[in-house]
Design a protein around this ligand. Structure first.
Ligand SMILES: [Zn+2]
Length: 78
């Protein structure tokens, strides 16, 4: 998954950052009913566990959204 674009006469490339020093991908879940949000974690399972705990305390809350934060890098060739 990458994109290229010419900006100011330079060819830019944009790509997910998979370098060893890249920020980690992180995950969080938010309850759409009440807006409560799980902690942000680098393990996607932990926010899903939060959903089960939240649903257990709030049996009418059935709708959630996931936020995934993924590092990207952009560069251009001289
Ligand atoms: Zn809720």
């Amino acid at each position: 998954m990458s994109r290229r674009a010419v900006v100011s006469h330079q060819e830019w490339t944009l790509q997910p950052d998979r370098e060893s020093d890249a920020e980690p991908t992180s995950y969080a879940m938010q309850c759409v009913v009440c807006g409560a949000t799980s902690p942000t974690e680098t393990d996607y399972m932990a926010p899903q566990d939060w959903v089960f705990a939240h649903g257990g305390r709030n049996p009418s809350h059935h709708t959630y959204r996931e936020t995934i934060t993924r590092p990207w890098r952009a560069w251009w060739k001289p």
